[in-house]
Write a protein that binds this ligand. Structure first.
Ligand code: HDE
Length: 666
């Protein structure tokens, strides 16, 4: 597996597993690396010790500023293949040629937390993809939620200040459950729709592999004839869209802050390559004003029932990075990185993003030459008259570095649009200069209500619980009240329920949105459900029937289900090795548990794992042998997803594939 980007990166890769003499950065072989040069064995260190100084100085400068948002992220390499040429809509070559696989690099992230924060916090998730195309890099810098908190980029610093830990005490880390966020929510009601999404199950994805991705902003596709279509981009995970439950997410945030990256790394490492299909929603230029929302407003979805998502290709992530800093940390994305055939709309959020992403790298990556860092470099040739600057790696030979020049035949030359040169879409604009918002952007509640209308009962319950948790964490009563009052403009019942739980006055005004529209695509209840790569903890003891356990494991493996054997201590069961114990893992790390055998008396961590699986609605299999032990827990036989297993796992697997059993009574 080696594509053009892999080959390019290889030229910069240093294989540290090979024998090599330890040298200074000047190539000087060193006879000693453990002791500094001193005046006598017990004396002070001497300034002349250049090796000590170089080693320490390099170490002192190892860190770079973390991203102002999306600091906590994880990346992987892969490929994109196109199902069918899209030349009718775009001249972008990577969307025209089905025979070509385009190398990609993807970085997933949380938005709010710092670089070391837990990964299962309630938040949006970044889903940024760099396509290394023959016409230059194209970046689709998206999120796992299709709308954004604000409509105009000028409010981004305000939003981020409100979301991040409060400045006077730097609390809380990586979450919106605090006063400044809910104050922002109430004072800036355009954030209502996205907040409905973050408070829903979408705010706590189970895995990067089970998240959708959305370009959010409206772009344009331009074909060879110069015709434009408005477009929104979608990534649809082939494993379906699955989430955690909040209690589970909070436990994992303590037990395994690397939960999502570990899942991605291990899946790729094992060869279970995650896949997403790329979809596009298109609106013809002449249909721009046919909708009851403004298609340039990034707080609005284009309901899939009205504007169908056309699936055009597939992305597969198939290689972990060799070095997280060099690749995942140094990668930079920008929505301004487009190729001919993809262009911008006047979406005011997008317009501001086009500036911000490059600007922030000047600080983060320390100068204007970040495009030369291997992970960021295009795989096609690049040349212009930009010169010098910090960290310049190229040696530009020749006399000229200006356009137009006569000395060098005006090289590097421009390329006419018809031959692959980029030119902006010839949009006609006639306007007064204003600092204002279009009236067509003023409906902040209809789509928030449509989202609510579209949720299944359990999803709606989760949403109510999440609002109650988050607003309940506010310390200022009027912030709670204003937040509840804003919710009342979406749905009276929701506002009432939350008000009661957080101790606010129940709003009396009859001002809820009258929107009745439902968009099925917004619910994840009927998402794709597959056994592939689900994980099961099989509980065993030293006395378990190894033959039967082996047969269970074989059946799990045949169905592509991953498993781990868990017991109260690490041991061998026949020729099976039990490496995990109730001290090291918990049921929150698995999609289901199979209680084949447990030691008695039932120890608290074992009981806790079983009961957590139960209240997280997971499939629990149990053998007759443990029936009496199970009776000592909160698990109720006969409830959905509580399965008595005999010699095979057929029934168990039929339940496991459902992943959650929402009908279970707790
Ligand atoms: Fe970003 N965003 N953003 N954003 N964003 C950044 O760029 C910004 C927005 C998104 O893994 C920053 O390199 C502004 C929407 C992702 O490296 C920064 C506005 C969407 C990532 C920035 C937005 C995103 C970023 C911080 C509003 C979904 C991580 C570090 C006008 C479509 C990319 C960096 C990675 C990162 C600015 C809104 C997605 C500061 C000004 C909407 C996935 O430039």
């Amino acid at each position: 597996m080696s594509n053009e980007k892999d080959k390019q990166l290889k030229a910069h890769t240093v294989d540290t597993t090979q024998p090599a003499a330890l040298t200074t950065n000047q190539g000087l072989k060193m006879a000693e690396d453990e002791f500094s040069v001193k005046a006598g064995e017990r004396g002070p260190t001497l300034l002349e010790d250049f090796h000590f100084r170089e080693k320490m100085t390099h170490f002192d400068h190892e860190r770079i500023p973390e991203r102002i948002v999306h600091a906590r992220g994880y990346g992987a390499h892969g490929e994109f293949e196109l199902y069918e040429s899209q030349e009718k809509y775009t001249k972008a070559k990577f969307l025209n040629d089905t025979s070509k696989k385009t190398p990609v690099f993807v970085r997933f992230s949380t938005v709010q937390g710092s670089k070391g924060s837990p990964e299962t916090v309630r938040d949006g998730r970044g889903f940024a993809t760099k396509f290394y195309t023959e016409e230059g890099n194209y970046d689709l810098v998206g999120n796992n939620i299709p709308v954004f908190f604000i409509q105009d980029a000028i409010k981004f610093p305000d939003l981020v200040h409100a979301i991040k830990p409060e400045p006077h005490n730097e609390i809380p880390q990586a979450g919106t459950a605090h006063d400044t966020y809910w104050d922002f929510f109430a004072q800036n009601p355009e954030s209502t729709h996205m907040t409905m999404w973050t408070m829903s199950d979408r705010g706590i994805p189970k895995s990067f592999r089970t998240m959708e991705g959305f370009g959010v902003n409206t772009f344009r596709l331009i074909n060879k004839q110069g015709q434009s279509h408005f477009v929104k981009f979608h990534w649809k995970p082939l494993l379906g869209t699955h989430s955690l439950v909040w209690d589970e997410a909070q436990i994992i945030a303590g037990k395994n802050i690397d939960f999502n990256r570990e899942d991605l790394y291990e899946a790729i490492d094992k060869g279970d390559f995650p896949e997403w299909e790329l979809g596009i929603q298109l609106i013809k230029e002449e249909d721009e004003f046919k909708f009851d929302f403004d298609i340039l407003d990034p707080t609005k979805v284009w309901p899939e029932e009205d504007v169908p998502v056309q699936i055009i290709g597939k992305m597969t992530l198939n290689r972990n990075v060799d070095n997280v800093f060099a690749e995942t940390e140094q990668v930079m994305f920008s929505p301004a990185h487009v190729v001919p055939g993809i262009d911008f709309s006047n979406d005011p959020l997008l317009q501001g993003r086009l500036f911000s992403y490059t600007d922030t790298q000047l600080l983060r990556l320390g100068g204007p030459n970040f495009h030369q860092i291997p992970i960021n470099a295009p795989i096609c040739p690049f040349a212009n008259n930009q010169r010098d600057g910090l960290h310049q790696h190229q040696i530009h030979k020749g006399m000229t570095s200006y356009h137009n020049n006569g000395i060098n035949n005006n090289e590097p030359h421009t390329t006419p649009a018809g031959e692959g040169g980029f030119e902006p879409y010839h949009e006609r604009i006639e306007a007064h200069k204003v600092r204002a918002r279009s009236d067509s952007f003023l409906d902040h509640y209809s789509q928030a209500k449509m989202f609510l209308n579209s949720l299944s009962q359990p999803e709606r319950q989760h949403l109510t619980d999440a609002f109650s948790f988050e607003i309940g964490k506010c310390k200022l009563d009027f912030v709670k009240q204003n937040a509840v009052n804003n919710l009342n403009k979406v749905d009276k019942k929701l506002a009432e329920e939350v008000a009661l739980r957080v101790g606010a006055e129940v709003p009396t005004a009859d001002e809820e949105s009258k929107e009745t529209k439902v968009s099925k695509a917004l619910s994840t209840l009927d998402t794709i459900k597959k056994l592939d790569t689900l994980s099961v903890a099989v509980f065993v003891t030293a006395d378990s029937d190894a033959k039967q356990i082996k047969s269970y494991l074989k059946e799990l493996a045949t169905n592509k289900v991953n498993y781990k054997l868990i017991a109260d201590r690490a041991m061998k069961l026949g020729d099976l090795k039990v490496t995990e114990t109730f001290d090291t893992v918990h049921s929150t790390s698995f999609d289901g548990i199979l209680v084949a055998d447990v030691a008695e008396p039932l120890m608290p961590p074992v009981k806790d794992s079983i009961e957590a699986a139960n209240r997280h609605y997971k499939t629990i299999g149990y053998t007759q042998k443990v029936q009496s032990v199970l009776a000592q827990t909160a698990v109720k036989e006969g409830e959905p997803g509580i399965v008595l297993v005999g010699s095979d796992l057929k029934d168990y697997l039929n339940n496991l594939v459902e992943q959650r059993h929402w009908a279970r009574k707790l």
